[in-house]
Write a protein that binds this ligand. Structure first.
Ligand code: UT7
Length: 304
């Protein structure tokens, strides 16, 4: 798999820990020490999840240098669409003027969504075909700003990549562990933080180790881990368990908070733009969280 272009977008409006101190009983000290989060970006009134996806997708397509008739698949990972039909992916096809002869659909696997979407796209593409894979969320639209246990965590954003199937090895592992009907009929995200934390720590270590072993690498050989940005402590635990330095983990949870399906492509795009990814680098992507779901992918970075 070749990465032809990356893109990222986060809304301008920021919600800081100081802002949250005015809204619920919390403190900057609690939030930073428990999560590593300092700010999050929040959609403006009237701005939707699809708008974020569109901005990131435009950037990725522009960077790829492809025309609209050179894309074969669009997958948008999200669970915060303003409406279910048409799908965000179909909206993106129309807004970007991509030709009609494609497959386009949304995928919901919560925080593992982008990794699941990338794995799906990689399996769908025939040699030489290309996919636009997006992760986008407007989590602020489903966050209860009176619930301090969740509202300090979530933010909005989007990231996108354009990939081409070149037949190069791509190793993947996914994990799904049932649902939770306690979430029924609640318009807001609720989370058993401690339980998810334990699952996330185990699942990240397990799925990352699995793809690294499939690739025949050692964890210490991986140049860059780009993981779901839920909590800095989860990433620090993963680095410790894998016995690699934190310098191998790209981190931007401090700036964006937890953006669910958007976090991996947002981090991927920022890592690339920061010069952290070079042709030949060994890269591991990992998503984990709601569902419960987890997924990881390993590949050697090949840009255009
Ligand atoms: O993206 C999907 C995957 N999601 C994750 O991976 C998230 C995983 N979970 C976490 O990151 C952590 O569990 C949290 C950051 C959500 C919470 O951290 P924690 O260390 O597990 O805290 P806790 O839930 O055990 O709460 C400790 C205390 C409680 O008070 P008591 O019962 O000990 O008196 C909470 O009521 O902290 C309290 N608390 C807060 N205090 C100040 C909970 N939220 C807040 C808050 N400010 N915002």
């Amino acid at each position: 798999m070749k990465i032809l272009g990356v893109g990222a977008y986060a809304p301008e409006r920021k919600l800081t820990n100081a802002d949250l101190e005015q809204m619920v009983e919390t403190s900057d000290e609690w939030i930073v020490s428990r999560t590593g989060i300092h700010t999050r970006h929040i959609v403006a009134p009237g701005q939707s999840d699809v708008d974020l996806a569109e901005a990131a997708a435009r950037q990725a397509v522009r960077a790829s240098g492809l025309a609209g008739d050179q894309i074969d698949v669009i997958i948008c990972a999200t669970f915060t669409v303003p409406r279910f039909v048409p799908s965000a992916a179909a909206d993106i096809q129309q807004r970007l003027g991509i030709h009609e002869d494609i497959i386009a659909f949304d995928l919901n696997a919560a925080c593992s969504g982008f990794v699941f979407a990338l794995i799906t796209a990689e399996r769908l593409l025939r040699p030489g075909q290309r996919a636009l894979v997006i992760g986008s969320e407007a989590l602020s639209t489903v966050t209860d700003y009176q619930d301090r246990s969740t509202c300090v965590l979530f933010g909005d954003g989007a990231g996108a990549v354009v990939i081409e199937q070149d037949g190069a090895p791509f190793w993947s592992k996914t994990l799904v562990r049932g649902g939770d009907d306690a979430l029924k009929s609640d318009p807001y995200i609720r989370m058993q933080g401690g339980e998810v934390f334990k699952f996330a720590t185990r699942a990240l270590n397990q799925t990352a180790r699995d793809v690294i072993a499939q690739a025949g690498w050692q964890p210490q050989e991986v140049d860059c881990f780009i993981c779901h940005q839920a909590n800095l402590r989860i990433l620090q635990n993963a680095a410790k368990q894998l016995e690699v330095g934190m310098d191998r983990f790209f981190v931007n949870v401090d700036e964006y908070g937890n953006t669910s399906a958007a976090s991996v492509p947002l981090a991927l795009a920022e890592a690339y733009q920061a010069g952290r990814l070079h042709n030949g680098d060994k890269v591991v992507l990992a998503g984990f969280g709601g569902g419960l779901t987890a997924g990881a992918a390993a590949f050697v970075w090949q840009g255009r």
